[in-house]
Every structure is written in C-alpha cells, then in structure tokens.
Design a protein around this ligand. Structure first.
Ligand SMILES: Nc1ncnc2c1ncn2[C@@H]1O[C@H](COP(=O)(O)OP(=O)(O)OP(=O)(O)O)[C@@H](O)[C@H]1O
Ligand SMILES: [Mg+2]
Length: 413
C-alpha cells in the first residue's frame, strides 16, 4: 500500500510533515509544526461558562467557517457538565473505572447521578492546539449528528484547561478488543457477527457521507473506533478528525494528512487531498481485519506481512488463496461463498485508485446482503482441518469447488 511505514504502536494517529515523509506523532505530546490554525492557549476567562469556553475555543481555532456554522444553523449543542460532576461520576477518575486509553487521553466508566445514566468519560490529557481542536470538532460534529450507528455524545465539560467528553457507555468495548490479542476467556467473533458488524458500521458511514448536512468525511475509521453495544451492535466513535466534505464541483478537501497508520488511503497520504473515498479505503481495511483477524499493521509478523493491505493485495488475484486469508480463529466455520464475496468487497474498497472504490451506499447494499446470508455450522460444512487453530500455522487450501466470486472481477456481491 505504501501508505505509512512506521515504528511504534500501530493504532496511533500520525501527521505528514512538510517534506512528504510520514512522521510518527505521539498523541500524548503536543502536535508540532505544520498546523494551520492560530496559536492557541487554553485559558479560561474569569467567569466564563462551559458554553462560552467552547465558543472561545471555536473562535481561537478559527473554526467559525467550518462545522460550527452548521451547528449554529441546524444543531443543538450537547449538554454541559461541571468538572466536579464528572469527577464525582468516576470516583475522582479512579483506576477501577478506567476503560482504556487512546491518543486523546484516558477513558473512564462513570455514573452521572444528574441524568441517572452510566457513561464513558474521556479526558483530554494533552495541552495545545491539536487536542483542543479535536475536542471542539467532536462536540460540534456529534451535536449535528443523530443516528443509531454513531455513538451518542451526551455532553462535555470545558472548564479552564479541562476538556472532557461524555458518551453513552458501550458495554462490549471496541471491535479491536474482540478481534486482536484476545484474552483467554474471550470467544472470537463468529462469521455472522463479523458480517453484521461490517454492515451496520457501513450504515453509520453512509449516514456521515450521504445523510448528514453537510456531509462529513470521518478520517478516523478503524477497529478501535468501532464500539460495540448489546448484541454486538456497532457504533462509530471519535469524530475529532472529521471534515466537512467537498462542496459544489469540488472533488476533494485539501488538508494536512491526519489519520492512523495502516488505515490511511495512499492517495490522501501522498497528496493531502481528502475525499469520501479515503474513508472507503479505511473501511476496506477494517473489513479485511474482520475477515482475516489480522491487524492493519502488525510488527510482530514477518516483514512482507506487516501491512495488511500490502499482504492481501497479491492474494486477491487468485481465489485459491482465499481460504488462507480467513481468520484461523473461525476454525473453518464460515461460508465459502460468503468469504469470497466479503473479500471481493474489501478488495474493491482498498483499491489504489480512489475513483475505483465503491460509494458507501454500494458497500452498504453488498454487506446487507452478505449479513442476511446466515452461516449455520450445524447445516453448512466446516472448512478444512482446524483442530488446532493458530493465527500463524500452515493452512490448507480446500475451497476450489465453491462459487466463482473473484474480487478482481466481480462487483455483484
Ligand atoms: N463510549 C465508550 N464506551 C465504552 N468504552 C469506551 C468508550 N469510548 C472509549 N472506550 C474504551 O476506551 C478505549 C480508548 O478509546 P479512545 O477512543 O480514547 O482511543 P483509541 O480509539 O484506542 O485510539 P485513538 O485515540 O487513536 O482513536 C477504547 O478502545 C474502548 O475500549
Ligand atoms: Mg477511539
């Protein structure tokens, strides 16, 4: 794919420096250099309310012409909480309530007495422009959005240096937690659940691309940003990098390159030209992760297999490879034809040329069909010999007799 070659954790976001090389950007440190926004200080003016502080952030970040305009016209800001209320909800951010940590900061589970609801509270731990920018964009974007496949922003707190986001609590955590490095007591996701997650997540993306006014490019689609509710119902989360899509005759938005190694479309990484098709590429990577159980970037693998798309692309060419691509943790419990079709969709999404990638509504249609074709291991044959499954072990190619769907040639799935 030639997108990001990096060292360090694969899930970290990155930014392209001016000389076109990709540099790793440790999210716990202030983003440096090439930001186009004005220098900004996290100062709270005496007596400023939560709401006013957000307006100040918007002004200082020069965001008045972006999403904020639309929030003023169409939206309603999420409610505000005091820092004291959020500290009380999490027992002062105690370690028992800790859910996880990303580039933005730590996430805690809490109970907000005021609204009698269990919530997830994300606390920004970085000072500086980029963190505050992501905070503001997140609040504004989610204030405009309303869809069952997008995580709900319940409210926020912007007091002095403190920036916190309050979300609905997603009891099953992120998709990443269910696909990679599973703890011993966690069952791998079965085929039907994987296809359902893909279809519902695609529907969330369709809402951003085609239903929202204005349409939004997500820019941060990855497994850790797909959160799971009861029954593995997925919702997209983290909209701090979202961008209003191109308007009028424009085909792209020119912007500095932000995203996550392994998920970022090569065309966007090279040119800084962001399109809806950049999200489709990232979606293709997620779909490949669901099918193969492999990470977008995995430095523990052999050199040629570290980048999922680079590994998968040559394999798409010959369907005899397909059974070697599927996650060994499925233990052969998948429909052969469904596998071919899922790989066909993924292959189309991760094509090098952005205009060759499908629109999100085509992806939704194809995945809805796939998810409706339920696999039943009691009825359908279990593929291959999978008595001792291993993610790294040798695999058997035994699916030559099944359907003739090839991702290179077939777009009808
Ligand atoms: N609303 C939520 N409900 C339950 N758990 C959550 C929620 N939001 C986040 N988490 C947990 O917190 C972890 C960290 O999330 P966060 O979005 O901060 O980081 P990330 O997505 O892993 O990385 P990045 O900052 O690069 O996007 C998630 O993996 C998830 O387990
Ligand atoms: Mg996240």
């Amino acid at each position: 794919m030639g997108c990001f070659r990096c060292s360090g954790r694969s899930s970290k976001r990155s930014e392209r420096s001016n000389n076109n090389s990709i540099k790793r950007n440790d999210q716990t440190r202030t983003t440096s250099g090439s930001l186009k926004v004005k220098p900004f200080a996290n100062v709270k003016e005496e007596g400023t309310s939560n709401d006013d502080q957000l307006s100040l952030d918007v002004k200082n970040l020069n965001l008045v012409d972006e999403v904020s305009k639309n929030v003023r016209n169409n939206g309603k800001l999420a409610q505000t909480f005091t820092f004291e209320e959020l500290a009380a909800a999490t027992g002062n951010f105690q370690s028992d309530c800790f859910l996880g940590e990303g580039g933005f900061g730590k996430v805690y589970k809490g109970h907000l007495d005021k609204i009698n609801q269990v919530v997830a509270i994300k606390q920004l731990d970085r000072n500086g422009v980029q963190g505050t920018r992501e905070f503001v964009i997140e609040v504004l974007t989610l204030s405009l959005a309303d869809h069952p496949n997008l995580v709900k922003l319940i409210g926020y707190c912007a007091e002095g240096d403190q920036r916190l986001l309050v979300y609905e609590y997603m009891p099953l955590g992120s998709l990443e937690n269910h696909l990679h490095d599973l703890p011993r007591n966690r069952q791998p996701l079965d085929w039907n659940t994987r296809m359902k997650i893909a279809a519902v997540a695609a529907k969330g993306l369709e809402y951003l691309h085609e239903k929202m006014k204005p349409p939004v490019i997500y820019r941060d689609l990855k497994c850790s940003n797909i959160l799971l509710g009861e029954g593995y119902h997925p919702k997209l989360s983290d909209f701090g990098l979202a961008k209003v899509g191109p308007s009028g005759d424009k085909t792209h938005v020119s912007t500095r390159v932000m995203g996550t190694y392994g998920y970022c479309a090569p065309d966007y990484a090279m040119t800084g030209q962001l399109t809806f098709k950049s999200d489709i590429y990232s979606f293709g990577v997620v779909l490949l992760e669901l099918i193969t159980g492999r990470k977008a970037i995995d430095q523990k693998r052999d050199h040629g297999e570290q980048n999922l798309v680079a590994w998968a692309r040559p394999m798409f060419k010959d369907r005899r490879n397909f059974s070697r691509m599927v996650d060994p943790l499925l233990k052969g419990q998948y429909p052969v034809r469904g596998l071919y079709q899922a790989l066909a969709i993924a292959a189309m999404c991760v094509q090098e040329q952005p205009n060759m990638r499908p629109n999100v509504s085509d992806v939704v249609m194809a995945l809805n069909y796939l998810a409706s074709q339920k696999y039943d291991p009691q009825i359908d044959p279990v593929q291959g010999s999978h008595k001792t499954p291993s993610r790294h072990g040798p695999k058997k190619d035994n699916d030559r007799s099944a359907g003739n769907v090839s991702p290179e040639s077939n777009g009808d799935s």
